[in-house]
Design a protein around this ligand. Sequence first.
Ligand SMILES: Nc1ncnc2c1ncn2[C@@H]1O[C@H](COP(=O)(O)OP(=O)(O)OP(=O)(O)O)[C@@H](O)[C@H]1O
Ligand SMILES: [Mg+2]
Length: 267
Amino acid sequence: MSEALLEIEDYRGGFRTETGDFVPVLHGVSYRLKVGVMTAVVGESGSGKSLVALSVLGIQPPAFERTGGRILFRGTDLLGLDEKGLRAIRGAEISMVFQDARAALNPVFTVGRQLADVWQLHHGGGRKAAMGQAIEALRRVSIPEPERRARQYPHEFSGGMAQRAMIAMASLICQPALLILDEPTTGLDVTIQSDIMELIVELSRTRGLTTCLITHDLGVVAETCQEVVVMNAGRVVETGSAEAIFTTPRDLYTQRLLSASQLVEAA
Ligand SMILES: Nc1ncnc2c1ncn2[C@@H]1O[C@H](COP(=O)(O)OP(=O)(O)OP(=O)(O)O)[C@@H](O)[C@H]1O
Ligand SMILES: [Mg+2]
């Protein structure tokens, strides 16, 4: 068994309502991400997939109250880190592509400038070289005319292009050990979707990148992920190899999830 880069242990918490009632939403979530492996986190809307991922980076909604658990990264509990400690890890060690990628881009700087700035922050070097890296990163996520696109502002990008720019930022520019992708290819054309997934697969092969892919697309999971975590209503209901989950799902909810997708015919 390969070593775990991230271990989420019995993570629980919820939200306080305006009337002061506490509503638990995570009921003890545990899963691990193994080094160099692509793990999918699947489960229906509202099951807590994003909330757990945001917690890894310490950016869960302010109203969220944790009631227990640990999130260990290389053995250190991220939940015990202060803002300074978290900042040292974000981007450099763990980066994330959010469900709403465009919101993560700064509207007042060109896309190329933003990528170049982050490149310089993490890897140093001159401005010109950094812009070269930015353009190259845009090219690798299949953005046509990357030199011209690099000079544009986020509002000049389509939603899918902004998504790809953020994927370039999180993977190629930051070069983290752990990449968390929250619905990264939703809304992208099928061919671009597969280009992006190919890039991620290549990075895990060549750089040992560990990836957590949150998705509703079980087809993408079957094609790219080795491990699968199935969540339902704030709990992990099943974990295992993608092969085992797709061929012999043990949990009733997993079985339903699979039969709701077209994959059941293929399985
Ligand atoms: N800011 C918030 N205030 C109150 N409840 C919230 C807040 N953010 C999330 N929740 C609740 O927490 C639960 C988990 O939400 P989360 O966004 O993690 O789901 P998800 O599995 O990512 O769903 P989706 O597939 O739709 O993205 C949901 O019940 C949601 O309503
Ligand atoms: Mg989500």
